[in-house]
Design a protein around this ligand. Structure first.
Ligand SMILES: Nc1ncnc2c1ncn2[C@@H]1O[C@H](COP(=O)(O)OP(=O)(O)O)[C@@H](O)[C@H]1O
Ligand SMILES: [Mg+2]
Length: 227
């Protein structure tokens, strides 16, 4: 098995914001304010911003959980989410059953098993099919959450500070897995990674800063060193 997803055509943006503004009910100020951005290719895109600046709100606008007060959100692909705390998204008692509920029901048992094996291998959890969730480390749970996005054939994976609760070794492993997936020669993933950790930016293909409700231009990670 070479790949599960269709490769998005590069000329078509996967997601675009056009002057998007949003405020939470009761808030006078927009937390997202006339924000413009787009992602038009596979790779590892990172957004850095301070706590409370509106990064999670921004992701909810991309995924369609929230609708903007004004402006246009265009998202032409299937979006998967990986949250800061994997315990908030993993529902089932073991890896196989968690992946199974994220698998298209149309597949035979044999095909599903093949796909489960394939994605576990992709995230460095080979042979983990029957592992109970409670025996996994935080980093392993995050990699399982990534495998769930892969098996459900999401074209764009949004990761909301996925390493914030991890120790350094697990943090690096999760970063490396995503980097590997986004540089795959046959079917590279598109990932949008939110962080407030400067040291993670070195893994990115492009970095933008979220500040005052807006996203800066995409820049090379080196631009953000020693800031
Ligand atoms: N569910 C919510 N209801 C009302 N206000 C919210 C909600 N979630 C976030 N906010 C407000 O939006 C602001 C930005 O939150 P958030 O997008 O989570 O920031 P970040 O992810 O950058 O830390 C917060 O200061 C908070 O007041
Ligand atoms: Mg957040």
């Amino acid at each position: 098995m070479k790949s599960l997803r269709d490769v998005p055509r590069k000329s078509i943006p996967l997601v675009t914001f056009n002057n998007v503004s949003f405020s939470w009910p009761g808030d006078k100020q927009n937390i997202i304010s006339k924000c413009n951005f787009s992602i038009n290719a596979s790779g590892l895109w990172m957004i850095i911003g301070k706590n409370g600046s509106g990064k999670s709100t921004f992701l909810k606008l991309i995924s369609g959980v929230l609708k903007p007060n004004s402006g246009i959100v265009n998202c032409s692909v299937c979006v998967g989410m990986v949250f800061q705390n994997p315990d908030h998204q993993i529902l089932m008692p073991n890896c196989r059953s968690e992946l199974l509920i994220n698998t298209n029901q149309k597949f035979s048992n044999q095909e599903s098993n093949k796909r489960i094996k394939f994605v576990l291998n992709q995230v460095g959890l080979t042979g983990f099919e029957n592992r109970p969730i409670h025996t996994l480390s935080g980093g392993q749970k995050q990699r399982l959450a990534i495998a769930c996005a892969l098996i459900s054939e999401k074209n764009l994976v949004l990761l909301d500070e996925p390493t914030a609760l991890l120790d350094e070794a697990s943090q690096i492993k999760v970063l490396k897995i995503i980097k590997q997936l986004t540089t795959d020669k046959i079917n590279p993933l598109t990932a949008l990674w939110i962080t407030h950790r400067q040291e993670e930016l070195n893994y990115a293909d492009a970095v933008a800063e979220f500040n005052n409700g807006r996203l800066s231009e995409w820049q090379k990670p080196s631009k953000f060193q020693n800031n």
